[in-house]
Design a protein around this ligand. Structure first.
Ligand code: ZN
Length: 503
């Protein structure tokens, strides 16, 4: 039996969670169906709701309730998941209290100015338009790091927002080895000679058929349409208002078969994580992905390890060839698998393949670390970017819009965010390896279009925990190891053999 004070506290946590879900719903609507003319009033409505939520989650009354249940927790009067809820609520509360109100307002003003300047700079391919605003953002982020506190590196305090507990000093050696390993694999590809022909992916595919096919695929993977749905938006995303209502979006390009299909498999991976939290976590802060990197591991596991595998297309190629018979004539499952796995350096991160993608992240990670630590100035970004791009990818962007101005993240102060994308890739490979060991028949199952035991394995080992286990606990509990790049590099080495090999 939970204590009476815990029950009251849980009630309050659920109210806050409901308000947050309502905010997310407003946001989802804004990105999908809201008419343009509603933008200004919607912004007010969202701000009102967020202010109310913030007040409720930081009030003196809430602080007192939290303190009481923390004492109960310390005295051992709460169950395991109840303790975790109190711990997580306390972490959130402390974090939100550390930034003074005036600082939050200043940050938000700087963000909206910087966002505006970034858009203009990118349009006009002129970094100098963005530079002074970015300078201000970097200064504010350094200050935020001081408010949050850190042991060795101010950048750690920023990474912690997305990857609780992760340190730059833990990431650096992993990223260094990953960079070296990626370079070796790129060399292997170059030595292989002619790349596979992927022109078939860029012909002309009916949008409605693309969407219908992609929805059929994610349903087969295990995305539950009874508690989820799919709509269109300019930028694909996944949001949820609790495990019983998960919204995915995708976009469709007539002349690129990959975007809708792999985009939706990716978002469905996020969505199945959200659909899998244990029932007692519902409407609490524990019903969330435990870190950005772990969330990303779930989308990438389904998109890449499953959806871009040779076995998957042994099952799915006849399906897609039946949907687009005149377009895919002359292809078979192996040549199609090769076409969707072509790897080569390119300028734009979001369009990069599995292998070269991480070079884009490592470059950003190193620049961020240097900026936050004052080892580099904002003015140096374009030159450093181009020099690292040459060194890591062997190409130099012809202008800053294809280089250091391509991403939105710095304009909203998202320092520390990028690393999570690569962490997602590394964790995905570790988890998939472990699943393959524990489900020896897994590859054959995938080749038959059967995904239930993989999803069940993920539910049991990972999804159900939500935030009650952190990323390093999950890695250790599931794989018996902490973060490593070796599984990922070995996975790509095998794939490159199949994509670029002669057999
Ligand atoms: Zn994602």
């Amino acid at each position: 039996m939970p204590t009476a004070t815990f029950t009251n506290f849980l009630d309050r946590a659920r109210t806050v969670s409901d308000l947050r879900a309502a905010s997310s719903l407003l946001h989802w609507d804004q990105e999908t169906y809201m008419p343009d003319g509603a933008a200004a009033v919607r912004a007010e409505q969202s701000a009102t709701l967020e202010t109310l939520t913030h007040q409720m989650a930081t009030s003196g009354e809430y602080a007192a309730m939290l303190e009481t249940v923390r004492q109960e927790s310390e005295r051992g009067e709460l169950e395991g998941w109840e303790q975790k809820l109190v711990e997580e609520s306390h972490r959130e509360f402390e974090r939100s209290r550390k930034l003074p109100d005036e600082f939050v307002r200043e940050m938000s003003r700087a963000q909206s100015l910087a966002h505006h300047a970034w858009r203009k700079a990118r349009e006009q391919q002129d970094f100098s338009i963005f530079a002074p605003l970015l300078e201000q953002i970097v200064g504010l982020k350094r200050q935020a790091a001081e408010y949050f506190g850190y042991a060795e590196n101010p950048y750690d305090a920023l990474i912690d927002q997305y990857e609780p507990g992760m340190l730059a000093s833990q990431l650096r050696p992993v990223f260094d080895r990953l960079r070296k390993g990626t370079g070796e694999l790129l060399q292997k590809i170059a030595d292989a000679g002619t790349p596979p022909d992927d022109s078939v992916l860029f012909t002309d595919f009916d949008p409605e058929q693309q969407l219908a096919f992609s929805k059929k695929i994610i349903q087969q993977l295990g995305f539950d349409f009874n508690t989820g749905r799919v709509d269109l938006s300019a930028h694909p995303f996944c949001t949820s208002f609790g495990s019983s209502d998960v919204r995915l979006t995708t976009r469709i390009f007539r002349d690129d078969l990959r975007s809708c299909l792999f985009g939706l498999m990716h978002e469905a991976g996020h969505g199945m994580y959200e659909q899998g939290f244990a029932p007692q976590l519902v409407r609490t802060p524990l019903a969330a992905g435990t870190s950005m990197g772990i969330h990303e591991s779930q989308s990438l596991l389904w998109e890449n390890m499953v959806g871009r595998s040779e076995e998957f297309w042994q099952w799915a190629f006849p399906e897609i060839a039946g949907t687009f018979p005149d377009r895919l004539a002359g292809f078979d499952s192996l040549s199609f698998f090769r076409a969707i796995n072509v790897m080569k350096p390119s300028f734009i991160r979001v369009e990069a393949d599995e292998l070269t993608y991480n070079m884009h992240i490592i470059l950003r990670f190193e620049i961020e670390d240097d900026l936050i630590n004052g080892r580099m100035s904002v003015a140096d970004i374009p030159a450093v970017w181009n020099q690292k791009s040459q060194e890591y990818l062997g190409i130099v962007p012809p202008n800053d819009s294809l280089g250091c101005l391509q991403d939105i993240h710095w304009s909203f102060g998202g320092f520390g965010y990028f690393a999570s994308y690569t962490l997602g890739k590394l964790y995905a490979a570790m988890f998939f390896n472990r699943a393959t060991e524990q489900l020896p028949d897994l590859r054959q199952q995938i080749a038959r279009g059967e995904f239930g035991s993989l999803l069940g394995w993920l539910r049991e080992n990972l999804h159900q925990w939500g935030k009650s286990k952190n990323a390093s606990q999950l890695a250790n509990d599931i794989c018996g190891r902490s973060l490593t790049e070796t599984d990922f590099l070995a996975y790509l080495d095998r794939k490159i053999e199949r994509v670029y090999g002669k057999g």
